[in-house]
Each structure stands twice: as structure tokens, then as C-alpha cells.
Design a protein around this ligand. Structure first.
Ligand SMILES: Nc1nc2c(ncn2[C@@H]2O[C@H](COP(=O)(O)OP(=O)(O)O)[C@@H](O)[C@H]2O)c(=O)[nH]1
Ligand SMILES: [Mg+2]
Length: 419
């Protein structure tokens, strides 16, 4: 009823507006229908628009998620590593070493000899010593006899200190046979016997750098990201320079500008020339230029830094082989030493890395870093007994003097030395 009344009013209004009186109701009805249709259309449009919007937001969110998943950004370079990965077939990713920062501050000593080198070594091995020797002494105190339980617990202590399964079993077996030499109440005697057994499993005494027939000694430094390559090169450069040697450094890690800058800082400290190119340039070209520079300047030592990370393991190994070929072409016989840097805090993973590099690039020596940052110094023994490659250097701190030639006798003595 109301609607009819309303319709009639509209028709009257239309007649006043000039519509012929007989057509008034029809036009009014038509107008009402038209308005209803238009309103409905408007409503449908509004609804559709709202729907599209929420879909857009959803799409944005999922795009973000996808980009996070598929575009790994190198923590250090900040580069998205997607482009190269698209070009290469599926290959194994190089396992990256997490950079484990030592939990205590670097050794406070300055690089001048405020403590003897042996004391620094002893200090660097403090965590391992307290975990190994400290726990062993507690074990002696709590056991009245050398029984099976004692041996089992000793085995666990050695495993915890990363001696590795094989070395641990060998050591426990050897100790079992020698326990009659040990007085339960004299912990020093057990230290001595264990020390001797450990020493017997460390192949080398102190190893020396190879001496090239002519030209500079070339050391190619390899290893995965974060193990301490650049730092080790810097310390070596300074030590060589302090011995009066002329050193040239090649910044072969062109993956990120910071790597070359880090090397330059060390170069300045050591008074060594650093050959570097721009970020992202060909490491082969850097190695070529560095070799030329080392020959031209009659350098005694050329040390080449390399990237620890490319997109795949295969790429990295191929790159390293190429660098070896390039330097050999410029300085026949080079590199005289391919030094693999391993991070002691990564434990048994270091052994896996060693095997991986060994297969690809004839590693001739190992530098084991960050022994000061771990209680698992037994890795030195595991590496020594399970790999043929000699450990040439160990890093027991961040100072220049904390990079030490590995000396098996000194190592064992420092491990068991009284504080
Ligand atoms: N505590 C300790 N830190 C070390 C040692 N060697 C290297 N580092 C640290 O390890 C980190 C990574 O070293 P870097 O040389 O950049 O590794 P790279 O990526 O292999 O070149 C740096 O913070 C170094 O200071 C060491 O013997 N002891
Ligand atoms: Mg580096």
C-alpha cells in the first residue's frame, strides 16, 4: 500500500515535471526498476572490489614468503644468490660453517711478548684443559678403583672433547693396558700416561714450510666461509714480515668487498702489498695479477686468499682448481702449499670439510683455528690420526702471536700444563 502511494506521488511529480499524465505511472514504475537495478549493480561492484583487494594482500604476503624461501641471501654479502643457481644444474650446496664466536673475550695480551708464547698457547687451550683434565681429575676423585665404569666415563670425557670415536677407543684401550703404572691418588700420573698416548698419535713434530727452488713461496689458502682464512693470512703475513720477509697478498675472495678490505687492514699492519680487484670480479684475474706482482717485486712469500663460498660445492672446487692452474702458469710449481683452514669449534664437521677439499684440490697442510674458543681441542688428535695431511698451524686466539706452528710436544705439554 505504502509503495502504491509512493508510486502515485512519484507519478504526480513526473506529470508536474512535464510527463504526459497518462504515462506518469508507467514512467514512475520504470524509474523505480531502473533505480533498483542500478543500486544492485553498484552493490555487486562494491563487493567484487573488496574481494579483489583481499586477494591482492594475500598475494603480496605469499610473494614475500616465497621470496624468503627461494632467494637465500648471503648473510655476509647481502647478495641474493639466485641468478647463478638458475644457470647450474642441481648440485650439492657447500656446507657453511657457522661462525662461532668464542664465548670469552680475545686474549688480553698485546702482541709484544708480555707472556711467553707457551703461556699464550696454554691460555688458548684453557677450555679444553678444564673440560678434559678437570673432568678426569674429578673422575679419579670419585672412583676408588680403575674399573669398567671408570673407563666408560673416561671414554665419554674423550668423546666430549672431540677426540673422535676412533682415537677415543684407541686411547682407552692403550690406557687400560697402562693403568697399573698409575697411582690412583696421583692425578699427575694419569695425565702423564694419557699425554704420552696422545703424543704417540700425533704424527708430526713441527712442520716447516716447503722451500721453492726459485721465486716466492706461494701459499693458497682455502676453506669454507667463516673458518678464519683471512685472519690466518693476516697473522701469517705479519709473522713472515717480522722475520724480514717481503710479502704480497692476493685478495682472491672477490665475493664481497669487505673481504678485500679486511685483507688490506692486515696488509697495512704487516707492510705487505695487497693485490685486489673490485667486488664480484674474477678471482682468477686477482691471482694472475698477484702472482705477477710477487715476481716483479721479488717477494719472498705470496699468500692467496680465496672465497669460502660459491653457489655450489662443485663451483667452489672448480674455481679453486682454476686458481691453482693460473698461479702455476705464472710461478711454475706453485702453489707450494695449499693450506686448508678448519675451525676447531665445528668439531667433527671439520673432518668432513677436510675430506671434501682433499678430494678436489690436493690440500698439503691444515691450519686449525679458534682452539681457544672451544673445549673440544681433541679435534687436533682426531684430525692428526684420521687424515694424512699435517696440521701446520693452530690458532689459539685473535692476536698475531696466537697463530702458532703446530708442535705436537708443545701441544701436549700445554694441554696438561698446570695453571
Ligand atoms: N678466537 C679466535 N677467533 C678467530 C681465530 N681465527 C679467526 N678468528 C675469528 O673468526 C672470524 C672469521 O674469520 P675470517 O678470517 O673472516 O674467516 P674467513 O671467512 O674464512 O676469511 C673472525 O671474527 C676472526 O677474528 C682464532 O684462532 N681464535
Ligand atoms: Mg675471508
Amino acid at each position: 500500500m505504502d509503495f502504491e502511494l509512493w508510486l502515485k506521488k512519484l507519478a504526480d511529480f513526473l506529470v508536474v515535471a512535464g510527463v504526459p499524465p497518462e504515462q506518469g505511472p508507467i514512467v514512475a514504475l520504470g524509474l523505480v526498476f531502473l533505480s533498483i537495478t542500478l543500486l544492485s549493480l553498484l552493490l555487486v561492484l562494491l563487493l567484487l572490489r573488496k574481494n579483489f583487494r583481499s586477494k591482492d594482500v594475500q598475494a603480496e604476503i605469499s610473494e614475500e614468503l616465497i621470496s624468503e624461501e627461494t632467494e637465500p641471501v648471503d648473510e655476509e654479502t647481502g647478495l641474493v644468490t639466485e641468478t647463478e643457481e638458475e644457470q647450474v644444474p642441481a648440485q650439492v650446496e657447500v656446507e657453511e660453517v657457522p661462525v662461532v664466536e668464542p664465548s670469552r673475550p680475545p686474549v688480553e695480551l698485546s702482541d709484544d711478548e708480555s707472556a711467553s708464547l707457551f703461556q699464550r698457547m696454554q691460555q688458548g687451550l684453557a677450555k679444553t684443559r678444564s673440560s678434559l683434565v678437570g673432568r678426569m681429575d674429578a673422575l679419579l676423585g670419585s672412583h676408588a678403583r680403575f674399573d669398567d665404569e671408570f673407563l666408560e666415563e673416561l671414554e665419554e670425557i674423550l668423546i666430549t672433547a672431540d677426540f673422535g670415536m676412533q682415537s677415543t677407543q684407541e686411547l682407552v684401550q692403550a690406557l687400560t693396558g697402562r693403568l697399573k703404572e698409575v697411582d690412583q691418588h696421583e692425578p699427575g700420573q694419569l695425565h702423564k700416561v694419557l699425554g704420552e698416548e696422545i703424543r704417540a698419535r700425533l704424527k708430526t713434530g713441527r712442520t716447516e714450510w716447503p722451500v721453492p727452488d726459485s721465486g716466492p713461496l706461494v701459499i693458497l689458502v682455502v676453506g669454507v666461509n667463516g673458518v678464519g682464512k683471512t685472519t690466518t693470512i693476516g697473522k701469517m703475513a705479519k709473522q713472515f714480515a717480522d722475520q724480514g720477509k717481503k710479502v704480497v697478498l692476493g685478495a682472491g675472495d672477490t665475493f664481497r668487498a669487505a673481504a678485500a678490505e679486511q685483507l688490506e687492514v692486515w696488509g697495512t699492519r704487516a707492510g705487505a702489498e695487497v693485490v685486489r680487484h673490485t667486488e664480484g670480479s674474477d678471482p682468477g684475474a686477482v691471482v694472475f695479477d698477484a702472482a705477477k706482482a710477487a715476481v716483479a717485486r721479488k717477494a719472498d712469500v705470496l699468500i692467496l686468499d680465496t672465497a669460502g663460498r660459491l653457489h655450489t660445492k662443485v663451483n667452489l672446487m672448480e674455481e679453486l682448481k682454476k686458481l691453482r692452474r693460473i698461479v702455476d702458469r705464472e710461478i711454475p710449481g706453485a702453489p707450494h702449499e695449499t693450506l686448508l683452514v678448519l675451525d676447531a669449534t665445528t668439531g667433527q664437521n671439520a673432518l668432513i670439510q677436510a675430506r671434501m677439499f682433499q678430494e678436489a684440490v690436493e690440500v698439503s697442510g691444515i691450519a686449525l683455528t679458534k682452539l681457544d674458543g672451544t673445549a673440544k681441542g681433541g679435534i687436533v688428535v682426531a684430525i692428526n690420526s684420521q687424515l694424512e695431511i699435517p696440521v701446520r698451524l693452530i690458532g689459539v686466539g685473535e692476536g698475531v702471536a696466537d697463530l702458532r706452528p703446530f708442535d705436537a710436544d708443545e701441544f701436549v705439554a700445554a694441554l696438561f700444563a698446570n695453571n
